[in-house]
Design a protein around this ligand. Structure first.
Ligand SMILES: [Zn+2]
Length: 289
């Protein structure tokens, strides 16, 4: 199976949903050199906690209760460029979906993996606080790829790169998009076609002038003026327009098309303007994968 590179960004607010169990379980034992600091690991955990607050379980018929993720860093292409790669290690048919799952795992076997460029981790860790922290956003993005966002779309028949490129048609994601972005007649959610393997066909579309031009707004905005191109699950980090990275309900509920149950509101909290004022993104044109 192909592995999609990943990098991520997010916007969960109001993470007060009671959880009976934590679905996502992080493992750092492949970070053998311990190069991910305690503070960086805490950011990884906060991203896991965020998804655990959004995902309420699996679709009926799927009794999996824990999704294990190997998180580590290795040097790849230096500062900037590709920040991380992530995806399922194995996927199986379960409950009518193809989900991330490692059959009969042995020691060191995990359902999915996230490999970060060690040159970028420290830079991102120092960039912003809370939801505006670049490492937090990147981990949130990469975790979505482990969950199957972009990586298991074709297996679940919600995207067809060869037959209908650029068109995500999963029912839950599309219905949410139609409502959230006031696109009642839309037949699909627009998917990225640029950026090459690992970026194209695995993210929402972000307007972009190759190879490194400006990222203007998509012009597809929610009721608060937030642009789809600034969603954490587009293929590039940093704000593509004048607004900041956020996690749309479309992104969250699209996971229902690949086997999860979701409870999430993208309503901004009152403190949001203050948080946005702190945003200082230096990674604006890096590729998230
Ligand atoms: Zn990605």
């Amino acid at each position: 199976m192909h592995r999609f590179a990943v990098f991520a960004l997010g916007w969960a607010v109001g993470l007060s949903l009671p959880l009976s169990a934590q679905l996502i379980e992080l493992h750092f034992d492949n970070d053998a050199d311990g190069s991910l600091s305690a503070g960086e690991r805490a950011i990884f955990q906060s991203a896991a906690d965020t998804w655990n607050g959004i995902i309420t379980g699996y679709a009926p018929g799927i009794t999996k209760t824990t999704l294990t993720i190997d998180a580590h860093d290795e040097f790849s292409d230096g500062v900037g460029g590709i920040l991380a790669t992530a995806g399922p290690n194995q996927a199986v048919s379960w409950g009518g979906y193809i989900i991330t799952h490692f059959n009969n795992p042995g020691p060191g076997d995990y359902d999915g993996f996230m490999e970060f460029d060690s040159a970028d981790v420290d830079v991102m860790f120092a960039d912003g606080v809370g939801w505006e922290n670049a490492l937090f956003q990147t981990v949130l993005h990469e975790m979505a790829h482990v969950l199957g966002f972009g990586t298991l779309w074709e297996f679940n028949n919600v995207y067809d790169a060869s037959g209908a490129p650029g068109q995500y048609t999963g029912a839950a994601g599309l219905a949410t998009y139609q409502a959230e972005f006031n696109q009642p007649a839309a037949a699909f959610v627009p998917v990225e076609l640029q950026g090459g393997a690992g970026t194209a066909h695995g993210h929402w579309n972000e307007e972009f002038t190759p190879p490194s031009g400006p990222h203007p707004p998509n012009g597809i905005t929610d009721a608060f003026g937030r642009d789809l191109g600034d969603d954490i699950l587009t293929g590039w980090t940093g704000p593509g327009s004048t607004s900041q990275q956020w996690l749309s309900e479309t992104s969250a509920y699209s996971l229902e098309d690949i086997g999860f149950l979701i409870a999430y509101s993208a309503m901004p909290e009152p403190s949001l303007p203050a948080l946005l004022a702190l945003a200082a993104f230096s990674l604006a044109l890096n590729r998230k994968r």
